[in-house]
Design a protein around this ligand. Structure first.
Ligand SMILES: Cc1cc2nc3c(=O)[nH]c(=O)nc-3n(C[C@H](O)[C@H](O)[C@H](O)COP(=O)(O)OP(=O)(O)OC[C@H]3O[C@@H](n4cnc5c(N)ncnc54)[C@H](O)[C@@H]3O)c2cc1C
Length: 381
């Protein structure tokens, strides 16, 4: 009788976990992915979607296509996880498991900033990027302001990718002199955990492109024509793009396996929670950097490696063997920097001090990023 492994979340972590496990354990396992959405969207290309260099269809895949790999997909909103009875409670039915891999990502809470939903677009959410892209395409002149009102835990370089791609877009259209671009962030410098040198190099790049940056400023309200800051200041604009406040997914709280901030508490090497056979991977895992005790940055590349570690270990356990794979907190990613270039970044966050590099923009990094998109969307679906 095959064991059932439920994977909560058909995002980056969940999709890799399902594929790797099915391939490693074959007929010994029944893999089920549960997600409230029917479709997966590749977030790494949202900056390209914003400027019309991708269309929504190209970066979307149906989760039901996982059936071609022998993976069952159940579309359901998981309301509760009962680890004592080993089941997920959904709006439709209960799903039981032998092993559970939770990869529910982060939750966005635009309602925490008054006026956000009415007057701004959350460019970290697919539907909002699609709507914002139509506004950008028709934008003739004025001020575009991108604001980051809280710590950007998911993919911290993201806000800089968007603003640099917008700079490219308006320059190529010969309109840059009519469009002012600025970025307002609560963070004291760009990508704060990556250190001063990385932050300064990002700021330099923004200055070279004529993009204003305002650091250490908390936006508390969005009005149709202005952002209102904590100290009562006003920043005017014609189009507001924001990153909505990010929180731990509420479903993790139903498990009793969360830390004080609601992220899943895991062994950082195995991603196992305090409940044997229950794992948390990806953005929902509350992994801290040993050197500072701060949460480690969240990115798809880490979700991917964590998925590999967890599922390869589950496959071994199904064959009666012990675990042998450990997560190491290493990864590399490319950050879009406009004009067909990207910056290669290498990260080792378990190291003391942690390593964060951000190399100069190159075409090679850009093409690597595009190749990764192609690989990702064809490899796993
Ligand atoms: C603009 C942008 C650019 C990025 N670029 C990069 C990049 O270049 N490189 C990189 O490494 N990372 C990048 N990332 C980060 C990357 O997308 C995330 O880190 C990654 O998606 C996290 O994977 P995950 O599985 O934890 O969560 P997700 O991919 O968000 O998946 C979570 C899934 O769980 C589902 N879910 C949640 N709760 C429930 C529930 N209760 N019931 C049912 N389903 C539920 C959701 O519907 C969702 O499908 C980028 C992110 C953004 C926004």
């Amino acid at each position: 009788m095959p064991k059932t492994v439920l994977i909560l979340g058909g995002g980056m972590g969940g999709v890799v976990a399902a594929n790797v496990l099915k391939r490693a354990a074959g007929a010994d396992v029944h893999v089920v992915v549960v997600d409230r959405n029917e479709e997966y969207h590749f977030a790494g290309m949202y900056p390209m979607l914003l400027i019309g260099e991708r269309n929504p269809r190209r970066i979307t895949r149906r989760l039901s296509h996982l059936a071609r790999k022998g993976i069952e997909f159940v579309r359901a909103d998981v309301r509760e996880i009962d680890t004592a009875k080993r089941l997920l409670v959904t709006g439709k039915r209960e799903l039981t498991y032998d092993y559970l891999v939770m990869s529910p990502g982060v939750e966005f809470h635009p309602e925490e900033i008054q006026g956000f939903s009415e007057c701004a677009f959350n460019v970290y959410a697919f539907e909002d990027v699609v709507r914002a892209a139509s506004r950008v395409a028709l934008f003739k002149q004025g001020q575009i302001v991108l604001f980051v009102p809280g710590p950007c835990l998911r993919f911290p370089p993201g806000p800089y990718e968007f603003i640099l791609q917008l700079d490219q877009f308006f320059r190529q259209k010969g309109m840059r002199d009519r469009v002012s671009l600025s970025l307002v962030t609560v963070e004291q410098r760009p990508i704060p955990h990556a250190g001063q040198a990385v932050g300064q190099s990002v700021e330099r790049m923004l200055h070279q492109r004529g993009i204003q940056i305002h650091t250490g400023i908390r936006v508390v309200k969005v009005e149709p024509e202005a952002l209102v800051t904590e100290d009562g200041g006003r920043i005017s604009g014609d189009l507001f793009l924001g990153i909505a406040p990010q929180r731990a997914p509420s479903i993790i709280r139903s498990t009793g396996l969360e830390d004080a901030d609601g992220w899943a508490k895991v062994d950082p090497s195995t991603l196992e929670t305090a409940c044997p056979g229950v794992y948390a991977i990806g953005d929902a895992a509350g992994i801290r950097m040993p050197a500072s005790g701060e949460y480690a940055p969240k990115a798809g590349i880490f979700a991917h490696y964590q998925a590999e570690v967890v599922t390869r270990n589950i496959a071994r356990q199904l064959r009666g063997k012990g675990r042998s794979f450990l997560y190491t907190g290493k990864g590399a990613l490319m950050v879009f920097s406009g004009y067909g270039t990207a910056r290669y970044s290498s990260i080792r966050y378990f190291q003391n001090p942690p390593l964060f590099t951000l190399l100069r923009p190159t075409r090679a990094a850009y093409w690597t990023k595009l190749a990764f998109e192609k690989y990702w969307l064809s490899r796993w679906f």
